[in-house]
Design a protein around this ligand. Structure first.
Ligand code: EPS
Length: 406
């Protein structure tokens, strides 16, 4: 299972192609669109989300709601493109020649020469020789692309759900406001899928995707304050996966280790600066004995007395909930601009303002949930076969019966 996305933030479309998705998997458009809508929500988002309605079309690989085993094509029009046709046209227009030069003062405004610190602007411009117009960099570097990752991830999440695997990305902190320890524990504790579904619904209905109402209110106040102070906020998010089998991923080689693969996928999300599993960085401060998860025998298998390892040992799932914490930096674009150098004059300047959000931590939690789904489905299909849904189900059932305690 693999995928590639294409598309610029204000170009005509975003698209993706997924290859290696098994045949006969039932998929729901309602769920797909609901996942995309979740990414668009979130207190602190800017004006762009009022313009877009991310209802991805499936243009291949699906017939009457079941996959064909052929590449799945996904297409999403950028509604905002109507306002950018002359700026983002794929071919030269009367006003814009191939070098990207523009003829009218109004259009020239959209050529960018002041790289914003914190974004891909400067390094990208130098790397791809785009210093004449940084738009050639920032259009693709924009987090708009993550809409397609959520679309791909939604299909993977639906596949995993058929095996009783449930994933939740939620917001555990915005700025200095963090969810209480007890609330965090409630999400990541091993629990029934019914109990977990309640938490999923609660998070989905919350304006900042967090779990307790008091924290949610405090987070929104922090966002209002940041907006009033003309700045932005980052935060923390957590991904929890329930219902995993033992043994996804492998210890046998560096590139098969599931924690490494998850870390790459999650760190590839815009503005994510750190990732940790289970006890994470706090494990480094403790005595070894306190960080173990004692093995217990149950009627039909094994369980653990605790989950300091976050559900991963030796690069494999160990049957406990997967618990991943992420940190997101504040969105670098500042409403009042940021100190930089104009690439045309090489003089210090104070402002390059692109429209942006105050915070996108709630959206990032949905994206993290999606990236996790993609990696887990890849590992799952490597282990149980990737051609056909019914055979994968049979292989999975067989595995579950053979890994039970004697
Ligand atoms: C983004 C800037 C803003 C965000 C955008 C990501 O867009 P615009 O430049 O059109 O105001 O709204 O996010 C999305 C469009 C999205 O779908 O998440 C950026 O620079 O990364």
């Amino acid at each position: 299972l693999n995928y590639v996305t294409a598309g610029e933030s204000h170009g005509p479309y975003l698209s993706a192609i997924i290859s290696g998705f098994p045949a006969n998997v039932p998929l729901s458009r309602t769920t797909l669109w609901a996942d995309l809508a979740q990414r668009q929500q979130g207190y602190g988002r800017g004006g762009r989300m009022q313009i877009e309605t991310d209802q991805v079309e499936v243009i291949s690989g699906l017939r009457f709601g079941r996959t064909l085993g052929s590449p799945i094509g996904l297409l999403l029009p950028n509604r905002d493109f109507t306002n950018w046709q002359d700026v983002m046209a794929p071919w030269p227009t009367a006003e814009n020649d191939a070098s990207g030069q523009t003829s009218s003062a109004a259009r020239r405004k959209r050529t960018i020469s002041q790289p914003r610190p914190g974004h891909a602007d400067l390094s990208g411009a130098l790397k791809y020789a785009q210093t004449q117009d940084l738009r050639n960099v920032l259009e693709r570097a924009s987090a708009r692309e993550t809409a397609m990752r959520v679309a791909v991830g939604s299909l993977c999440r639906q596949f995993l759900q058929a095996f009783g695997i449930e994933i939740l990305g939620w917001v555990s902190g915005i700025g200095a406001v963090t969810a209480a320890r007890q609330a965090r524990g409630a999400v990541s504790a091993p629990q029934s899928l019914t109990a977990f579904a309640k938490i999923q619904q609660q998070v989905a209905a919350d304006p900042v995707r967090t779990i307790d109402p008091a924290t949610s209110t405090a987070m929104r106040t922090a966002i209002d304050q940041a907006q009033a102070a003309a700045t932005t906020l980052g935060g923390r998010l957590q991904v929890v996966v329930q219902g995993l089998p033992i043994g996804l991923g492998s210890y046998v080689a560096a590139d098969t280790k599931l924690d490494g693969r998850l870390a790459q996928a999650l760190l590839s999300i815009n503005a994510i600066k750190g990732v940790s599993f289970g006890g994470g960085f706090t494990l480094g401060e403790q005595l070894g004995r306190a960080t173990l998860d004692p093995i217990l025998a149950t009627e039909n298998g094994f369980t653990r007395a605790s989950n300091h390892q976050g559900g991963l040992e030796g690069g494999m799932t160990n049957g406990q909930p997967l618990v991943i914490d992420l940190v997101m930096k504040p969105i670098p674009t500042q409403p009042q601009g940021a100190p930089t150098v104009d690439l045309r004059t090489m003089r210090a300047t104070g402002a390059t303002v692109q429209r942006a959000d105050v915070t996108a931590v709630p959206a990032a939690a949905v994206i993290a949930q999606s990236m996790t789904a993609i990696v887990l489905m890849q590992a799952f299909c490597e282990m149980f076969g990737g051609d056909e849904f019914g055979r994968i189900q049979a292989a999975y059932q067989h595995y579950l019966t053979t890994t039970k305690a004697e």
